[in-house]
Write a protein that binds this ligand. Sequence first.
Ligand code: ADP
Ligand code: MG
Length: 443
Amino acid sequence: MKRSRTFLPILKETPAEAKIVSHQLMLRAGLIRQTSSGIYAWLPLGLRVLKRIEQIVREEMNRAGAIEMLMPTIQSADLWRESGRYDDYGKEMLRITDRHDRDLLYGPTNEEMITDIFKGFVKSYKDLPKNLYHIQWKFRDEIRPRFGVMRGREFLMKDAYSFDLDEAGARASYNRMFLAYLNAFARMGLKAVPMRADTGPIGGDLSHEFIILAETGESAVFCHADLVDMPPPGLDLDFDADLQLLVDQRTALYAATDEMHDEAEFAHIPADKQLSARGIEVGHIFYFGEKYSKAMNAAVVGPDGAERFVHMGSYGVGISRLLGGIIEASHDDNGIIWPQSVAPFDVGLMGLNIDKPGVAEACEDLYAKLQAAGLEVFFDDTGERPGSKFATCDLIGLPWRVVVGPKGLDKGVVELKCRKTGEVEELTPEAALKKLIQTRATI
Ligand SMILES: Nc1ncnc2c1ncn2[C@@H]1O[C@H](COP(=O)(O)OP(=O)(O)O)[C@@H](O)[C@H]1O
Ligand SMILES: [Mg+2]
């Protein structure tokens, strides 16, 4: 993408309304723009990151055997009357009336709708287990939308729903999601800790929140420090195997959110390992058994010929919140530091004194070759001052920067800089190309 042809509205000043660094940087780097309270337009750069995060989550869901579909944003109130949640949900639900005076709502979550779809088709235990998910916008009329995309009113969520014949099956489904989440967050460069959590309005008795530690996090959390650096299960995990042991290893150490915190249990952790911190909830998984299947009559015939209600779980990831979470975890004074797996572009290509002989040509040549190799390139082909180009490249957080200038070209080299380490090296354009291709191959 050439800068001269894209839409990148960088802000010079830090907007006063933004209280936390991720929100400030998302506005300054031209990722989002608020259109009304808690509702954001995704500008081109922000959309690129959003799509990449979405894709990582999609890949890890698919790997774990979940099946993608897409449900609408608008739902019928009748479905929610069946489950009894229409009245329970309260003011967070945006209720809508259509021209025929029918009650609709903008979906805050999809347990009812998916249960209704499921029961329309699945009648036998032979079709179980099933895990269906979608990645769709949600609306919750939050009383205090804040921190930008962290707590919006309209936000993008991946929500998956599992259906099993019995509790044992449902726990196996839960375990698959538990471990798939750890892989997905690790791929985004995040250390997410699963913590025992309250089930809230979803209901049920088994629940974990996936928390990334950050001072600006909304939740107070308590855990054993060793959990933070525990490696993810790995992408070669066999999701057909019994995963209980792997889950047990990760739930054996203490980790709980505020609502579930047990001071006495926490005190048993060696003092130097007691971590009391703040965190951002990026995912939340629930096992709630027959809560919705019973209320909405979703039953299947078991192997013995008897009908029984399916056991369900639901599994959410805050896709749009993750942008804020990743920035909170990865930035410096100059701007965002995107992990390459979610970066809007792999590399910023900067031409210095682009009007000097040979510079534009060398840039175009490298631009074409990088793109041909599958890299996403942000080519700053404008006539801006070098300092300003560099500042923009740092602000928008591209993992690599290649500078092509007349002095270097005389020596046959370009300058390659790593955003994360700050390391700079001079390389021939070919060597820089090779190195960048390698970085892309390893994510
Ligand atoms: N208002 C919001 N803005 C952005 N993301 C949200 C919001 N509410 C929930 N999420 C994301 O969706 C995930 C699933 O939501 P859920 O656990 O059902 O909501 P809550 O934690 O508010 O009860 C959360 O873990 C979070 O990452
Ligand atoms: Mg939650």
